[in-house]
Design a protein around this ligand. Structure first.
Ligand code: CA
Length: 230
């Protein structure tokens, strides 16, 4: 996986330098910016494949800039990984609510960073031809139609597999029952919305055996979200 342009937005020289080096060594093409204004200029010139964005920046904060980007159609599809020194659960949730695709707390190992970047690129569909979708300890093999958790194979029905596939390629966002119906079952299939609840319940029950039922979350009054926040 190479030739991906990664925009690195970090005000601390030492950390920015380290990130650039790690990314280059992994075969990526990083571009550096020291603040959001700088980063915006780069964006106006060329869209990167992914943005590594520090939460705390002078001027417009990383979180605020990410929120603005996710509201604009031309930037919406650029995945963002937020980097932060904070490790509060609340921040993590806020980061994901802003629309960030992933969230990493400093300090992190270069190996973990690269793995997360690859996973986000894969999920965003930028790295096509990748038959495996990995999120944390969950692995979905689209060629073999297999799901495993922590290297243990998980028995799921074809419908539940499709549901997991949709969730794992669209994490951290809330989907209503009718959206899930359209996306997972297709518009041509007539099933009632409550059927989705039945499938979600079954899926959770299966995931529960692996201690992972928390990844499928109910958002009251709206629908469901798949997220690895824990
Ligand atoms: Ca900073």
């Amino acid at each position: 996986m190479s030739n991906f342009n990664i925009l690195v937005v970090e005000d601390e020289d030492a950390i920015r330098g380290m990130l650039m080096m790690v990314l280059e060594q992994a075969g990526f093409m990083p571009i550096a910016a020291a603040d959001a204004e700088d980063a915006q200029k780069i964006l106006d010139d060329k869209l990167p494949d992914l943005i590594l964005l520090d939460w705390m920046l002078p001027g417009i904060s990383g979180a605020e800039w990410a929120r603005r980007l996710k509201k604009e159609a031309q930037y919406q599809e650029v995945p963002i990984i937020l980097l932060t020194a904070r490790g509060e659960e609340e921040d993590k949730v806020r980061g994901l609510e802003i629309g960030a695709d992933d969230y990493m707390t400093k300090p992190f190992s270069p190996k973990e960073l690269i793995a997360r970047i690859r996973a986000v690129l894969r999920r965003s569909g930028k790295a096509q031809g990748q038959p495996q979708i990995v999120m944390g300890d969950l692995l979905l093999d689209t060629e073999q139609h297999r799901l495993s958790i922590n290297d243990r194979p998980v028995e799921v029905s074809p419908t539940e597999f499709r549901l997991m596939h949709f969730f794992m390629t669209h994490p951290n966002k809330v989907y209503s029952r009718s959206q899930l119906l359209d996306q997972v079952w297709g518009r041509s299939v007539y099933i009632e919305e409550r059927t989705i609840d039945v499938h979600i319940r079954r899926l959770r029950k299966i995931l529960e055996e692996y201690g992972r039922e928390d990844v499928v979350q109910t958002v009251r009054g709206f629908g469901y979200r798949f997220s690895l926040v824990d």
